[in-house]
Design a protein around this ligand. Sequence first.
Ligand SMILES: Cc1ncc(COP(=O)(O)O)c(C=O)c1O
Length: 446
Amino acid sequence: MSLPPKIIVAPPGPRSRDLSTRLSAAECPAFDARRDAREETSGAPQSPVVYERGESANVWDVDGNRYVDLVAGFGALIFGHAPRAIEKIATEQEAKLGLALGDVYASEVKVELCEKLASLFPEPGARVMLGLSGADALTAALKTVALSGKSRVVAFEGSYHGLSYGPLAACGLSSNFRAPFRDQIGDWVTFEPYPATPDIARDVLARLRALAKSEGGKAVGAVLIEPVLGRGGVVEVARDFLRDLRSICDDAGWMLVVDEVFTGCGRSGAFSRAVAEGVLPDILCLGKGLGAGRPISAMIGRAHMMAAWGAHRGTTIHTATHFGSPPSCVAALAVLRALDDGSVYASVARKGASFRDALIAACAHRAVVRQRGLMLAIDLGTSARVLSASRALLERGYIVITGGARGESITLTPPFDIREELLAGFATTLDEVLETLDERGAKARA
Ligand SMILES: Cc1ncc(COP(=O)(O)O)c(C=O)c1O
């Protein structure tokens, strides 16, 4: 059972500080550089804690502090840290067969997982490619687009698809991600504004209709979209946008690639948000929650879209050593079985809505709250305010993360089975934190 926070030494404690110093000396300097920049922006310290163990919605740091984890492995730990039933079968599988031989000799559990994922796709005959990360699923999707003979992709500002080279090119969240690598990633993506409001949606649809009729439209193979921006700050597409986009793609002969690495597997209250809204993707990408902490992702494509892979003769053109590893496959099968009866989706939707209401009741006068299922963003207006609030929350025992295109939101992706008292406790603490920040701000201005 998850417990409330218990801070016994101000974080980061001495062991966290020591380990962080050692990490700084050994790890790529990018992460320290980001922390330094954040300290400069906010004036709040950003020195990290180091995790020791996790159970359900709690993590403990190496100094013995207990936190309520509202990020849960960037949303991947849908059943919390160390979910007992899943870990048991995955470890048993590890002891029996830890690695098969990828695309050469499969394991039985990989067969079962591919069948299960294909059966969850709304159209019969769908085909599956497994990967390790969300970016792998997107890479497979983008390669499927290239195999159609038309490589250009329309993607959206504010969206995130992973940072390996294919997905990176389509990452609209921040041009900073792409800029240093521009020469290597090429120029095959056109960005549209994310259609968050009816006005933007209408303009985007009009431009896409015009593109479809133009010469340029002939080079486009797909439109790639997140139905709700995850890292981009829990922003949803305007009503009916996906349906209209589906019809434009049908008319133009473009694939509709839906990235549900964040929203899928229950996080947004459905197996697939697009499918729940009555829209059939040509390609659906899943990751994060699919393995409940084990590294696994999947790309599921409609039969005729995937046919080009079969037409290719000779060497395997997409595989990796650890793709479809048996322990990850059994974990994913267990996740999908747990999601099967739909009660998890209903509970995520209900719990998310009541958490949103608690946050609004506690701090609507200081923040804007956006929510879909158990993905929530608390918009504080500036990244400096978010960084200061996140630090104060860490010091009070809550793990949160920044989100949004400008880092202006706190993003929360708690485990599905988190106790509601813990969410209520967070709402109250957030209100106190924001009040203190605002008072400090007012004093500094006076
Ligand atoms: C919508 C979306 N797609 C793809 C990815 C990339 O997943 P990964 O970090 O596992 O590569 C993410 C990660 O946050 C995501 O939110």
